[in-house]
Design a protein around this ligand. Structure first.
Ligand code: ADP
Length: 475
């Protein structure tokens, strides 16, 4: 398939030039010949008319003798490289520059008929068998008193015209040959700019189709083909990294499922075979229960992430009061607040503040952020949820004074399954999926989320939301 494009182009190219040459060699020679004959006939006819009006007319009126007229016309004939005749309407030659005057043996042109030039002012041929080769003949009547006395006939050899025609044709053919050679540049550009890049692209697609997503290729041009190649290469890169992510994801999921399952199994076996005595069962069943809770949480988070991914960016947008949502999320943490003696402080803008977003997903964001703040806060501390309005945007901040996040971890916390080492002690049940979910939801809203954190002092997560249209109109 790849070869045919090139072959097709070459065939089209050759067809174009063959037609070009055929058309030129069919029409150009005739046209050139016609034109040269016309030009020559034109100038000869002017001469003939001039002679008919002057020297020939004088001859018939008796003002010039036959010898004098012959003398004059001889030099004109030499100048024109032609033969000049004066012929009576009957065909009798009165004067001929190619032979001497011989009154006693007059030459008669058999069948002479002035109508031979009736269609135009010239004709070609052997002029009533007078010549052995073809000549160009022009004929001008010598008239006096509304009567035609005779004709001035100028015959010129066709050889000159044929030679000029060949000369001019050679110029045309040479020009065509030069253009043909120059047009090879087009072929070169086609090869370099279209064919070779296309070949590279086709080879790359074959590699990608065979699953070799890491195959790289380069097309160094900034036109549509370059763009196509760059897009293809980008697409393959994305697919490759998607594939890598998938593998990493599955590995992480398996690992996170395996460790609680291993400990559950270990404890249950130990209880069964008596390694753990009956009086300790309650404690270990509690641990097993904790592990199953962790598995449930992990499964739920995975399902949420999967839904976010598969449903793409399908958001159920509505206008709702963010203050009410913050209050209700805060209320769910009441029990844990009392347990850890944490003061959950709400600093909200206005009584009600309407935003346009997917309510249940924003609830999830608030829940995950507050849950993290709780998990990583020390006892007897404060968690502050604050809203700030700025240019039709609402910024929601969840701030704790807990363990904080090391600088090197700040970029990684959004990755799936990422849990910083420092957090492991505080949060054994964490899945490392909470912030990935948060980020996906905020990105789906075309909004932003940022974190400011100092280890040992605390962290602040701030995300933006768009105010609803009504809220904007009020301003
Ligand atoms: P997890 O379910 O393990 O909390 P997240 O994705 O929510 O998973 O968080 C990822 C990691 O980010 C946590 O393990 C922790 O190291 C860090 N982190 C998140 N929130 C906080 C916070 N408020 N304070 C300190 N560390 C945090």
């Amino acid at each position: 398939m790849r070869k045919t494009l090139y072959v097709k182009f070459i065939i089209a190219y050759l067809i174009f030039w063959t037609f070009g040459f055929v058309v030129v060699s069919l029409f150009v020679p005739n046209m050139t010949r016609e034109r040269l004959i016309n030009e020559k006939a034109n100038s000869l006819y002017s001469e003939a008319v001039l002679i008919a009006d002057t020297d020939a007319a004088n001859l018939y009126s008796g003002d010039t003798s036959l010898e004098e007229a012959k003398h004059i016309l001889d030099s004109v004939a030499v100048f024109l490289n032609s033969e000049i005749m004066i012929i009576n309407p009957s065909g009798r030659v009165i004067l001929d520059t190619s032979s001497a005057i011989d009154v006693d043996n007059p030459v008669i042109i058999e069948g002479f008929d002035s109508a031979v030039v009736s269609k135009s002012y010239y004709t070609t041929g052997n002029f009533f068998d007078t010549f052995e080769t073809d000549v160009l003949t022009v004929l001008a009547p010598i008239a006096a008193d509304y009567k035609v006395n005779g004709y001035v006939v100028i015959n010129s050899s066709m050889n000159d015209i044929e030679t000029s025609t060949i000369g001019m044709l050679n110029i045309s053919y040479m020009t065509m040959a030069v253009i043909f050679l120059l047009s090879l540049i087009v072929l070169y550009f086609f090869t370099e700019m279209v064919y070779i890049p296309l070949k590279k692209i086709t080879k790359a697609t074959e590699q990608y189709a065979n699953g070799n997503m890491h195959y790289t290729f380069e097309v160094d041009s900034s036109d549509e083909i370059g763009y196509l190649a760059a897009s293809l290469s980008y697409m393959a890169g994305e697919l490759a990294s998607y594939e890598d992510d998938q593998k990493k994801f599955v590995a992480n999921v398996s690992h996170d499922f395996r460790s609680p399952l291993t400990s559950i199994r270990g404890y249950l076996e130990a209880m069964l075979d008596g390694t753990i005595p009956a009086e300790m069962h309650e404690k270990y069943i509690g641990i097993v229960l904790n592990e199953t809770e962790r598995l449930t949480k992990l499964t739920n988070s995975l399902l949420t992430l999967n839904n976010l991914n598969t449903k793409g960016m399908l958001l159920d947008l509505s206008d709702f009061d963010i203050n009410a949502v913050i209050r209700s999320v805060a209320a769910t943490f009441e029990g844990r607040c009392i347990e850890k003696n944490i003061n959950l402080e709400l600093v909200l803008t206005g009584e009600e503040l309407f935003v346009r977003a997917d309510k249940s997903k924003i609830e999830q964001v608030l829940y995950n952020l507050t849950d993290n703040a709780m998990k990583f806060s020390n006892k007897d501390s404060v968690i502050k949820i604050e809203t700030t309005e700025k240019k039709n945007k609402l910024f929601v901040s969840v701030k704790d004074s807990g363990i904080g996040i090391p600088k090197e971890d700040l970029k990684l916390i959004w990755d799936r399954f990422y849990k910083s080492d420092s957090s492991r002690g505080k949060d054994k049940k964490g899945t490392g999926l909470g912030l990935s979910i948060v980020k996906e939801i905020i990105n789906a809203h075309n909004e932003n989320i940022n974190v400011i954190s100092t280890p040992g002092e605390g962290s602040e997560f701030i995300f933006s939301l768009s105010e609803s249209e009504d809220e904007r109109d009020e301003e």
